[in-house]
Design a binder for this molecule. Structure first.
Ligand code: NAD
Ligand code: TYD
Length: 337
């Protein structure tokens, strides 16, 4: 039995990861440490909450004493760090909490992990640390870090710290850098769930700039299977890019969502561009494919339909979110554009 501290496990990717891993195997005892920020939601974990090998702790990864206590209490030897402030637009509105959680929080986890001699520390990172591509080329693990947003710069700082703990202390770390995810339980501030929910509510769909920025989309389960594999088999000190080679301009995704929901293009509204908007992300995932034997299983066509249907069937989940504090954010973000 592996005692694994999973941080940020009430968020989009972390909750999908916990539900997936506890369903696949009985080898893990999962301790989910999550601050339950606006993005954390325990409803995402209904499939796992009653399992004996799942424990939830509400708390902040920046709290050294709490993290140290949890390592002692649960004899933690493994860490998977999902916890982060994750939304670029919010980081543009205010960057402080991004550096607190993503940089200081990661530092606390690393220091406590060093003290307790963890056997593996997996840092969940993002392709956004590489910056932006032109029309050609792909991010490889050798692409220099060149982040452009407060969000991506805080993630890049954390990645460098993780590497420093490997080089300086020989800590057994691995880092994954994945492209844009979509799937169930994604908070409706991100492109795909926002566009699905606005369409369902006949609200305008705010497209930044000309809608031609490109992202490389991967279904969340494919990402989580890759994390599982890197956690088990990844080589210490290494970085693994994860992506499904599915590049699409934003406007095409939005049209596809409208089509699937039988809604008209008049909902589309081109708005002022995001400041510093990265033009294109695209991942070369040949390293994880060749060295660890991972490959994506879901086609975009199949998984995006499943995702749209999930939001159709889970109105209760998102209705609660879009009333409340979310509205304030939405007003701030979109009505001023
Ligand atoms: P999310 O915003 O949905 O969830 C983040 C979770 O972290 C929430 O449950 C939140 O409550 C928790 N959290 C935030 N601050 C915390 C703190 N100080 N202490 C403890 N918990 C805290 O994010 P996500 O989309 O699930 O992303 C998870 C990770 O994957 C992040 O590290 C992100 O950078 C990375 N990532 C995301 C994507 C994507 O497309 N969403 C792509 C690549 C990498
Ligand atoms: P997002 O989901 O915020 O992910 P990221 O910025 O981390 O890639 O945005 C994906 C793309 O969609 C990005 O190019 C910005 C664009 N976008 C819009 O055009 N309108 C929106 O309302 C949002 C949230 C994003």
């Amino acid at each position: 039995m592996k005692n694994v501290l999973v941080t940020g496990g009430a968020g989009f990717i972390g909750s999908n990861f916990i539900n997936h891993i506890l369903n696949e195997s009985d080898d893990y005892n999962i301790i989910n440490l999550d601050k339950l920020t606006y993005a954390g939601n325990l409803e995402n974990l209904k499939l796992s909450e009653d399992k004996k090998n799942y424990h939830f702790v509400k708390g902040d990864i920046c709290n050294y004493e709490l993290v140290d206590y949890l390592f002692q209490k649960f004899q933690i030897k493994f860490v998977i760090n999902f916890a982060a402030e994750s939304h670029v637009d919010r980081s543009i509105l205010g960057s402080k909490v991004f550096y607190e959680t993503n940089v200081i929080g990661t530092n606390v986890l690393l220091e406590v992990s060093r003290k307790h001699q963890v056997k593996k520390f997996l840092q969940v990172s993002t392709d956004e640390v590489y910056g932006s591509l032109g029309a050609e080329g792909l991010f490889t693990e050798k692409t220099p870090l060149s982040p452009n947003s407060p969000y991506s710069s805080s993630k890049a700082a954390a990645d460098m710290m993780v590497q420093a703990f490997y080089h300086t202390y020989g800590m057994p770390v691995v880092t994954t850098r994945c492209s844009n995810n979509y799937g169930p339980f994604q908070f409706p501030e991100k492109l795909i769930p926002l566009m699905i929910i606005n369409s369902l509510n006949n609200k305008k769909l705010p497209v930044y700039g000309d809608g031609m920025n490109v992202r490389d989309w991967i279904y969340v389960i494919d990402h989580n299977k890759a994390i599982d594999l890197v956690f088990e088999k990844g080589k210490e000190g290494e970085v693994y890019n994860i992506g499904a080679s599915n590049e699409m301009p934003n406007i095409e995704i939005i049209k596809l969502i409208l089509q699937h929901l039988n809604k008209g293009k008049e909902l589309i509204e081109f708005v002022k561009d995001r400041p510093g908007h990265d033009k294109r992300y695209a991942i070369d995932s040949s390293k994880i494919q060749n060295e660890l034997g991972w490959k994506p299983h879901f086609s975009f066509e199949q998984a995006i339909e499943h995702t749209i249907d999930w939001y159709l069937e889970n109105k209760q989940w998102w209705s609660r979110i879009i009333s409340g504090d979310y509205l304030k954010y939405y007003e701030l973000q979109y009505n001023k554009r």
